[in-house]
Design a protein around this ligand. Structure first.
Ligand SMILES: [Zn+2]
Length: 336
């Protein structure tokens, strides 16, 4: 089992329960602080029983902008407010020139994490479509073209992460739940470009975002069943991506749509990140059992719905333990 990505940061590193929280340290102290936070988050995952571990995104402020900050052609001084994912306004940087990756972004962090554990490591990067949708573009002025430029930069980073010992590279694409025509037109192709030549496993995480109000309000407008997956899963099933990560618990995904992903591994979100209520192991087990009707047991990876960065550390830890305990119940049933 695994987590979708981010986990809460220690209060000495950044303001808790806040997105885009500023760092509390600087210079060499910040570097050491981030490494200490990596050790802590790793230890919490391992003692909770999470077997595919991650950096919990301890060394980045935000899952998209931290990567973009390290590219040329992006202006961070003159931010503009744009509507992202069709639902909330955010002050974002802009593309003002040719974008390219100037230096490794997360590679040193991945190398460090590799020295700390023998467990498989999953590393999250933003997906090309979600990157395009998290800034304004005064240069290419074409979402598809920009997505393929980002895919090139992501591919360079992904190859170095693989060489650093990362076992699964995950691309976060919440935009895949919003721009359904674009997903089929170029979104999946851009993702495949980002994965080109990788020998490690690749994953795409499609979700409804953190449990912030704009997202929970939006989810209420999506009807009683989230059947839009029927439009994008057939193309994802044919794609080169190995693993599809989805929000399943407390959502409105009709589980039978998972059938459309036959042959792929599925990371089944069995922990709701939009509530502080801790799932019982039995609730987690029920979600996994439901998914098992449509996904083969050897292809199902229990997971959280999304990242847990905005939650308190106690809540996040208890949720990780519930996830592991619930998965254990189902594993026993399968082995009985
Ligand atoms: Zn997510």
């Amino acid at each position: 089992m695994s987590t979708a990505g981010s986990l809460p940061k220690p209060t000495w590193l950044a303001e808790p329960e806040t997105l885009w929280s500023p760092w509390k340290l600087e210079g060499d102290e910040l570097i050491t602080g981030k490494q200490d936070a990596l050790r802590v988050t790793l230890q919490e995952q391992e003692t909770s029983g999470i077997d595919i571990v991650s950096d919990g995104e301890q060394s980045r402020q935000h899952f998209v902008t931290t990567f973009i900050e390290n590219l040329s052609g992006v202006d961070f001084e003159n931010k503009k407010t744009v509507r992202i994912r069709h639902r909330y306004d955010a002050s974002v940087p802009g593309v003002v020139g040719s974008v390219s990756r100037q230096k490794p972004v997360f590679v040193d962090d991945a190398k460090f994490l590799r020295t700390q554990t023998d467990q498989p490591i999953k590393w999250a990067l933003p997906g090309p479509m979600t990157m395009v949708d998290t800034l304004y573009d005064d240069y290419y002025q074409d979402r598809r073209t920009l997505a393929f430029e980002f895919a090139k930069a992501l591919n360079e980073e992904a190859k170095e992460l693989e060489a650093a010992g990362v076992n699964i590279i995950q691309f976060d694409e919440p935009a895949f739940n919003v721009f359904l025509d674009e997903v089929n037109d170029w979104g999946i192709q851009a993702l495949e470009k980002a994965c080109e030549g990788l020998k490690c496993e690749t994953a795409v995480h499609i979700c409804f975002g953190y449990g912030i109000k704009a997202n929970t309000d939006w989810k209420k407008t999506l009807g009683t069943e989230w059947r839009h997956y029927e439009r994008t899963f057939p193309a994802l099933q044919k794609s080169t991506i190995d693993i599809i990560s989805l929000e399943c618990h407390n959502g409105r995904v009709p589980f039978e749509v998972l059938e459309l992903l036959k042959g792929k591994k599925v990371m089944v979100g069995a922990i709701d990140v939009a509530t502080n209520n801790i799932e019982t192991p039995e609730e987690v087990a029920a979600t996994i059992r439901e998914a098992l009707k449509y996904v083969d047991a050897d292809k199902l990876l229990p997971c959280t719905n999304c990242g847990m960065a905005p939650l308190s550390r106690d809540v996040a830890r208890n949720k990780l333990q519930a996830l592991a305990a619930g998965a254990e119940i189902v594993l026993k049933e399968l082995c009985a």
